[in-house]
Design a protein. Sequence first.
Length: 239
Amino acid sequence: MKIALISGTSGLVGMQLLHQLLQGKEYDYVLSVGRRKLALKHEKLVQIDGDLSKINSWDWQEKVNAQSLGGAYHGLIETISTKTSEIHAFSSLGTTIKVAGSKEQFYAIDHDLVIEFARWAKKIGAGKFLYVSALGADSGSSVFYNKVKGETEEDLKTFKFNYLGFFRPSLLLGNRSEFRIGELVATIFMKPLVWLKLAKNIRPIYDYQVAKAMVKKALSSSSDSVEVILSGQMQDLSK
């Protein structure tokens, strides 16, 4: 049995990723964790909600059982608990400083919640962890956003997953639920690069391309235990 764990499903890439995981035949269950449940139902989708900063103290089995009608999810709980399933974890958690309200709150979401999700995923048996980072991620960067993404990558390495993939997209294209003036301006100037096929690693990339690349990488074998996947490679993988 293959099981996907996912956090950040309400975001741009997260929604596309959830769609890919549910529509494909490779995963038997998709276990989504978040602050609140999405208004979405699917036979493979199991949603559990709560305070993500406390995910490692959750009784996740009880949360799953509370939704189970006639023991529908017994197989899911049993295979995870007995370590007889192949588990892949996907994180697209992220926000902006404006939405978060401060640098401290931004760090709490983009770093701390990702790390807590990774800790939980490792604890219940995830062998692969795939993380949506950012172009320019660098723990030594003078740019706060890039520094946080870089620190998150470095801290994820400490969990020693069998495979750890860092996906560093450039400017993301897609239908956002929130208005971001900076990204709108950047999109206007950079979107022609998509059509001109120039600078593959810095030209904008669509949300669904990132999602497709993540799923394809999760399902493939790799000789690298830690891998950085840039926008150009994601675009090629999504074809």
